[in-house]
Design a protein around this ligand. Structure first.
Ligand SMILES: [Zn+2]
Length: 565
């Protein structure tokens, strides 16, 4: 998922990186990494083989796998393949009833064209909005028909963040209301206030829907503003068309979760004599209070609702220490992709070679190497190939809710998603690791591998909340993704940036993300070895791993450690 934005930034960064590169060039030889691990572990790590990864990627992205769609045959074949590899390595099943499969109960929801969405002012004519162009909406309550006829309340950013002494709701009762909200969070340059320009989870649309539902609202309309969302209206429109999947859980849900285009919001507010810019200005204040508007939303939302059955594939290597083996280090990578679209002309198989057969190849090689190691780490190691990432991180969300070992006992999650097979990287991206107490080990290990840690160049885009590690972070587990940066051996950094841009334009989430023989898995193997070393160290170190004090996930970790849900 991250690539879309990486490439955008690549375009911005192609100038002026040569000098940094020179200054940052690492001196340490990759050999040094072995010294930090026991000899047997180092040997296992070294056995991680780029050509084995090629074989996995080639198979998993074969047309016969039909794009590994969630709830489609190809996705199930991929899951069986991964489970079979786990079995061949001799790993213990960690799924349901002694199997490798953890069933993930999903419901697929598609908003149908008969849906209507009308803004009704107290006086004057109603505004009927056009689906796709003006608004998008999904019925999250999982019923076929949802009716909304309720007052619209402007709720500012829709954030209740006690750690920043910020509460847009105050004591307002918004039960049964439609909340009109801004995306993102109050602007800040203060690290201690919504982390300056970096996006926190409070700024993500997913948080806003969840929070509104918890408050008893029936619908949310998010106002789309390109700079605040960090993506255009077309991204919203595309990702809201087609089926969206939800976990079948009891959590409260909105009858309509949607977005409205900026100018449409402006016009609708004007019919009630209101000025959007003034409302946005008011929302920036800590004293903001929800503003009931003389507008109603009258919506009739028709959806196709169908059960979707899919599974996470989970295996375990028990640790060697009788006491510590109850704890585990977790590796994750999603195996699903966009599947096959039978109605589509031309190539209609979304093979997902880079996204995320590469991550699966890494996960499988990690599993094989750990299983083959003559010496086992003290804590257990869990390997999870998760489903429905492309549906909104649903497989990992379920794994976070029902982990094979309690979340409090998971030391760390290392995730691999879309690791480009471009040759040997000289940079690593480990965004989020700096928020954990494990960071000194990450930094030292990167040095041992001759990898320069590349900082998140656009923290305001909130990449951290867009891949599977985030699902584990939400339940308190220190988590981050491991990926390559942009500097590759034998190439200037611009080359890596260009490769990323080209990938985004020509292959990302398209049927052209296919296996090609010229793919070079050296870098994927290096990332796997780096991940192996990190996981081994985490599984063997005496103390636990936590979030730095004040981090937004610290409270979740504390709650899970003290036995609260
Ligand atoms: Zn992915």
């Amino acid at each position: 998922m991250r690539r879309l934005f990486t490439a955008f930034l690549a375009l911005l960064l192609t100038v002026g990186t040569a000098a940094q590169e020179k200054a940052a060039k690492p001196a340490a030889a990759p050999k040094a990494s072995a010294a930090a691990l026991p000899a047997a572990a180092a040997a296992a790590m070294k056995s991680i083989d780029p050509e084995r990864m090629r074989a996995h990627v080639r198979f998993l992205s074969n047309d016969l796998l039909e794009g590994r769609g969630t709830g489609q045959r190809g996705g199930d074949v991929a899951a069986e393949y991964i489970a079979t590899q786990f079995a061949l390595y001799g790993l213990k099943p960690a799924g349901d009833n002694g199997t490798y499969m953890q069933k993930v109960p999903l419901v697929g929801v598609t908003t149908l064209p008969d849906t209507t969405f009308t803004i009704v002012p107290e006086h004057g004519g109603a505004m009927q909005l056009k689906m796709g162009d003006d608004y998008v909406a999904t019925n999250e309550s999982l019923s076929k028909i949802a009716e909304v006829d309720a007052q619209i309340v402007f709720a500012g950013y829709g954030i209740d963040a006690p750690e920043y002494q910020w509460n847009d709701f105050k004591d307002a009762d918004v039960r049964g209301k439609v909340l009109l909200m801004l995306v993102s969070e109050p602007p800040s340059t203060d690290e201690k206030f919504f982390k300056a320009r970096a996006l926190t989870y409070y700024g993500r649309w997913t948080y806003k829907y969840e929070q509104a539902a918890r408050k008893g609202a029936v619908a949310v309309i998010l106002i789309h503003k390109t700079d605040m969302a960090s993506y255009g209206w077309d991204v919203v429109r595309n990702s809201w068309s087609g089926e969206k999947s939800y976990l079948r859980t009891e959590a409260p849900r909105l009858r309509s979760a949607g977005w409205v285009q900026l100018e449409v919001a402006r016009k609708a507010l004007a019919t009630a004599g209101l000025n959007l810019d003034e409302l946005m200005e008011k929302a920036k204040s800590r004293d903001f209070h929800p503003i009931p508007l003389s507008l109603r939303l009258r919506a009739h939302i028709e959806s196709q609702v169908r059960p979707v059955q899919s599974s996470n594939v989970v295996a375990m290597l028990p640790g060697s220490d009788p006491k510590l083996r109850a704890q585990a280090v977790l590796y994750t990578a999603h195996y699903d992709h966009l599947g096959i679209r039978p109605g589509q002309a031309g190539d209609n198989i979304y093979n997902g070679a880079a996204d995320n057969a590469t991550g699966c190849g890494i996960l499988l090689e990690l599993a094989r190497a750990f299983a083959a190691s003559q010496q086992k780490p003290r804590r257990s190691i869990l390997f999870a190939a998760v489903t429905a990432e492309e549906q909104g991180l649903r497989g990992s969300e379920y794994l976070g809710q029902k982990p094979p070992v309690p979340a409090k006992d998971i030391m760390l999650d290392l995730n691999f998603d879309d690791v480009p097979p471009l040759g040997e990287p000289e940079e690593a991206e480990v965004a989020g690791s700096e928020r954990t107490t494990f960071y000194p080990v990450v930094a030292a290990t990167a040095r041992e591998f001759g990898l320069v840690i590349r900082p998140d160049a656009r923290p305001e885009a909130g990449h951290y909340y867009r891949s599977d590690h985030f699902s584990l972070a939400r339940v308190g587990v220190p988590s981050f993704s491991v990926n390559e940066g942009e500097k590759f051996k034998g190439h200037p950094a611009e080359w890596g940036a260009q490769q990323a841009a080209e990938y985004t334009e020509k292959r990302y989430h398209q049927p052209t993300d296919e296996y090609r023989p010229e793919m070079d898995f050296t870098g994927d193997a290096k990332m796997a070895r780096f991940g192996f070393a990190l996981g081994w160290k985490a599984a063997s170190q005496p103390g636990s791993i936590g979030w730095l004090s004040g981090d937004e996930f610290e409270a979740s970790r504390k709650a899970s450690l003290s036995g609260q849900p």
